[in-house]
Design a protein around this ligand. Structure first.
Ligand SMILES: CC(C)(COP(=O)(O)OP(=O)(O)OC[C@H]1O[C@@H](n2cnc3c(N)ncnc32)[C@H](O)[C@@H]1OP(=O)(O)O)[C@@H](O)C(=O)NCCC(=O)NCCS
Length: 244
């Protein structure tokens, strides 16, 4: 399975790199080998993931809830937020671990105001054990490509000024950051969609779907194996009680 995944990763990067017409073969090879290690399948989430999103957000400790929502969100407020997520109008992205637990979630919320219909706000959270591995940056990049393809012209991030990691991600992507005391707003202007952004999103979606299916199968396999082992253990226990 690992081999299959790494082959997919390589294919994904090869396809991406091939979209750059001026890339030389050596560059292409370097691109493939370097990026194959760095692929993180990011899945577009749907209604059926609502509960998992809620569980993910409820796992955040108070200080992270404060950074994520701008206030010390209580469980009931997080529940309302998760219930109100619109998976059709907005876009929600997630990164799953091997046990299909959501370790990172990003929400690209489209403006409700018709005057700002080409604007979207980005919010993200990564569980503490999975931080500083680039997941926040990758979710941001994924949302950026999606927003571009959806003809969003401005991506907006509201963050506390103390949120070094979030502001670093936004600045690195080219956003302008305006600080107003303890709060900061970051604005990222997006280009028009191109062949590259469209292909990139199609490929990302395919990779994420395949990765997810493999993880579902692997999880089912391990569950069946655990059941078989449990039956074997019970049988052995029963036999040892019968035979002196
Ligand atoms: C902000 C957040 C999403 C970043 O996630 P992440 O997966 O750690 O992000 P990345 O790994 O892509 O890191 C981005 C950069 O910030 C740096 N960084 C990470 N945590 C940091 C911290 N606590 N202080 C300073 N820099 C930090 C990383 O080193 C990285 O910089 P580098 O690439 O130069 O090394 C995560 O910290 C989080 O979930 N915080 C709580 C919720 C939140 O603040 N959401 C954002 C507001 S919407």
């Amino acid at each position: 399975m690992l081999l299959f995944q790494s082959m997919l990763h390589e294919l994904w990067h090869a396809a991406r790199a091939l979209l750059h017409p001026h890339l030389k073969t050596a560059d292409l090879q370097r691109h493939i080998s370097h990026a194959a290690v760095a692929v993180v399948p990011i899945r577009a989430l749907a209604e059926r993931h609502r509960k998992s999103v809620l569980s993910h957000l409820l796992e955040l400790p108070p200080e992270d809830r404060y950074l994520r929502f701008g206030y010390a969100a209580q469980d009931s407020q997080i529940e309302r937020y998760a219930e109100g997520l619109d998976f059709v109008k907005d876009k929600v992205f997630g990164i799953f671990d091997r046990r299909l637990r959501l370790i990172a979630v990003a929400h690209l919320a489209y403006s409700q105001d018709s005057h700002f219909e080409t604007c979207a706000e980005f919010g993200v959270s990564v569980l503490s054990h999975a931080r500083s591995r680039g997941l926040g940056s990758k979710l941001f990049a994924r949302a950026q490509v999606h927003a571009t393809n959806d003809r969003i012209s401005l991506m907006f991030i509201h963050a506390l000024s103390e949120n070094t990691a979030m502001l670093k991600i936004a600045r690195r992507a080219g956003a302008t950051v305006e600080r107003e005391g303890s709060e900061s707003d970051a604005y990222l202007r997006l280009p028009a969609p191109s062949m590259h952004t469209r292909m990139s999103e199609i490929i990302d979606d395919q990779i994420a779907d395949t990765d997810y299916r493999l993880k579902v199968q692997a999880k089912q396999f391990w569950e069946i194996l655990a059941d078989v082992q449990e039956v074997r253990r019970l049988t052995q226990d029963a036999q040892s009680k019968v035979s002196p």
